[in-house]
Design a protein around this ligand. Structure first.
Ligand SMILES: C[S@@+](CC[C@H](N)C(=O)[O-])C[C@H]1O[C@@H](n2cnc3c(N)ncnc32)[C@H](O)[C@@H]1O
Length: 226
């Protein structure tokens, strides 16, 4: 006859196994990574000058080929690494620096004011939409695509935030990058193409010069390229 202790141990083991299985299922069904970012802590890595060596921001901005007077949204702007550089670039676009984290939005607002960048506007995003005040010519999404949930619906909705011929540029970590999110949230180019295809976009350009990240540009299917 098993002792009470023995039965309790078996019961606790069964509960632990059931919990770990449901956790595994939850993780394997998760299509995006939930993570909260603190601006001061994040600035140490996002704005580390050593990042420039592999992020190649000037080459990225040149490849985006912006024209004067165009509008840009940097979704998941973080501490503003790209927003600030875009605002200072030759085309001097108006930049909506968008983030889901309220503390990041305040940080972006303060940074733009401190750096005298009147063409940067910080915007508070929701998880399912960026809340842009007007449609833009280019949406840039750097190291943030994998944080967005239900992406097909998200990008389908995003079409209304693009001006005719507008583009969505996605930069995100390669599977073999020495840094980045856990491996399951580093996607091959085919995944971006297939997800964006389902959301109604076609590939407009694919750049291979970034050593650590994929860099793909999409346009809404059926719209003429500009
Ligand atoms: C890894 S950081 C990238 C920051 C910046 N793009 C860069 O390259 O330095 C991801 C950022 O996306 C934000 N984020 C996550 N999900 C988001 C969403 N659904 N909409 C807007 N921002 C989001 C996070 O708060 C965080 O600031």
């Amino acid at each position: 006859m098993p002792s009470k202790h023995h039965m309790l141990a078996v019961f606790l083991l069964a509960v632990a196994v059931a919990l770990s299985q449901s956790k595994e299922q939850e993780m394997s069904h998760a299509d995006h990574m939930e993570h909260h970012f603190d601006p001061k802590e994040s600035a140490k890595s996002f704005d580390d000058p050593a990042r420039d060596a592999w992020q190649l921001p000037d080459r990225v901005i040149a490849a985006l080929n912006l024209k004067r007077g165009q509008l840009v949204a940097d979704i998941g702007a973080g501490t503003g690494y790209f927003s600030i550089r875009l605002a200072r670039s030759a085309a001097a676009p108006r930049v909506y620096a968008v983030d889901i984290e309220p503390s990041m939005v305040s940080y972006l607002r303060e940074r733009a004011a401190k750096e005298g960048l009147h063409n940067v506007t910080a915007v508070q995003a929701a998880a399912d939409q960026p809340n842009l005040p007007e449609p833009v010519d280019l949406i840039l999404i750097v190291d943030t695509y994998h944080h967005i949930g239900d992406r097909e619906a998200y990008f389908r909705r995003l079409v209304k935030s693009l001006r005719p011929g507008g583009r969505v540029a996605i930069i995100d970590f390669k599977p073999d990058s020495p840094e980045g999110p856990p491996k399951e949230f580093r996607f091959p180019p085919e995944k971006f193409k297939s997800e964006m295809g389902k959301a109604g976009y076609k590939l407009a350009a694919q750049h291979d010069f970034l050593p650590r990240q994929q860099f793909l540009i999409f346009q809404v299917e059926g719209q003429p390229s500009r």
